[in-house]
Design a binder for this molecule. Structure first.
Ligand code: SAH
Ligand code: SF4
Length: 394
């Protein structure tokens, strides 16, 4: 791709209803599940109630077998079994880091693999999930950016990552048991592979399921969607999902951001900031997270820190400094600890919370931007990566 080529979408999502075989109930919105049940012969008058019952079995009790749905008549269960499945991605490998981080490689239809990372912290646990296999964007510091996009994940595959993590954490309550208030999996971040705002509808439907009162029940304040800056979809995120927003900012001039986050050529810093200024917030305490990866000698100077503060003035913000996670062949190095601390200090002095993200699960390659998959087979060449980063001949 030349430096001026438009960033296009070459995405196809597999339809929910495959031509042959049963329909997967996982990932259907309540409305879609109701319609599917009616189409399969459930009387219209009963459909809402049946949806509620099945929904509760799947998302509140973690049941995958129609036979276990004891409040449904036997004949009805048999009927459901013929027409539907309850399918989640298959866990291919599972690794647990010394620090408790868990990394799962899961396989989805077509044999593709994506990674899911669970990060336990004091009093909470965050699941980092993926929205695409690969990514159409080509951020030059991101390992996923070196992989071509294979396809969008379906809503079922996105929420399915949450279900398999809850399986592994043993977090499903016994049917009928009181709701458990302490959650091992208490937060979701869309910070795995892919650009969630280029798979908007599926991400939205999956997050609606995660927030539904009758199931996984996560508050919208516990879900954070990270985008590289797909400006037209940012407003939709507020309207249709209502979750928290994180933005991969990473640079303080268009010249540098064009290289690090090439979508900047389409929607530059000023346009992005305008969209963030008007991002509606449910409460005054809600803030937009500015993610800023610390790259040695590229974006980590004191001037950058001062410029960053000037740029985001007026936006309720947190700044999340991410020490660059190096990957084999990466064209950048991580800034030194001293540099990161100096940068953080300037940001802090200006009144912003500026946590430095502690790399977690490094021993199992679970850190941000290190997630990889079988998609690696479709890797771009090093020359292509460097050309896209504007680093050719460096
Ligand atoms: N596509 C979305 C979400 C996935 S990336 C986005 O770009 O925001 C999640 C976060 O990890 C982003 O802030 C991304 O810039 C950051 N990241 C990617 N590769 C990284 C690396 N090698 N080291 C540190 N952070 C990285
Ligand atoms: Fe895609 Fe995000 Fe990686 Fe950029 S940082 S290539 S948008 S996954």
């Amino acid at each position: 791709m030349s430096a001026t080529a438009p960033i296009t979408q070459d995405v196809h999502t597999i339809p929910r209803k495959l031509p042959e075989g049963p329909v997967n109930l996982v990932g259907l919105t309540r409305q879609a599940m109701r319609e599917a049940l009616i189409e399969a012969g459930t009387p219209e008058k009963q459909a809402k109630m049946r949806t509620g019952q099945i929904w509760q079995w799947i998302y509140q009790w973690g049941v995958r077998d129609f036979d276990a749905m004891t409040n449904l008549a036997k004949a009805y269960r048999a009927d459901l079994k013929e027409k539907f499945v309850i399918e989640v991605p298959e866990v291919v490998t599972r690794k647990v880091s010394d620090d408790g981080t868990r990394k799962y490689l899961v396989r989805i239809a077509g044999g593709h693999e994506v990674e899911v990372v669970y990060i336990p912290e004091e009093g909470r646990g965050t699941l980092c999930i993926s929205s695409q296999v690969g990514c159409t964007l080509t951020c030059s510091f991101c390992h996923t950016g070196t992989q071509k996009l294979v396809r969008n994940l379906t809503a079922g595959e996105i929420i399915g990552q949450v279900l398999v993590a809850r399986d592994d954490l043993g977090e499903w309550p016994e049917p009928g048991a009181p709701k458990n208030e302490t959650r091992l999996l208490s937060n979701i971040v869309l910070m795995g592979m892919g650009e969630p705002l280029y798979n908007f509808e599926n991400v939205r439907d999956a997050m609606k399921i995660a927030m539904d009162e009758e199931g996984i029940q996560l508050s919208r304040r516990r879900i954070t969607l990270s985008t590289s800056g797909v400006v037209p979809e940012i407003e939709r995120t507020a309207d249709e999902i209502g979750c928290q927003l994180a933005v991969s900012f990473h640079a303080t001039t268009d010249e540098v951001r064009d290289k690090l986050v090439p979508i900047n050529k389409r929607w530059n810093i000023e346009t992005l900031l305008e969209a963030l200024r008007t991002y509606p917030r449910g409460r005054n305490s809600e803030r937009i997270t500015f993610e800023y990866v610390m790259l040695d000698g590229v974006n980590d100077s004191d001037e950058d820190a001062h410029r960053l503060i000037r740029l985001i003035e007026g936006i309720p913000a947190k700044i999340n400094l991410i020490p660059f996670n190096e990957w084999p062949g990466a064209p950048y190095r991580r800034s030194s600890n001293n540099r990161i601390r100096a940068f953080a200090n300037i940001v802090y002095q200006a009144g912003y919370a500026s946590p430095i993200r502690t790399p977690r699960g490094e021993d199992i390659m679970a850190a941000c931007g290190q997630l990889k998959s079988a998609t690696e087979r479709a890797r771009k060449s090093r020359r292509q990566i460097e050309a896209e980063a504007g680093l050719a001949g460096r």
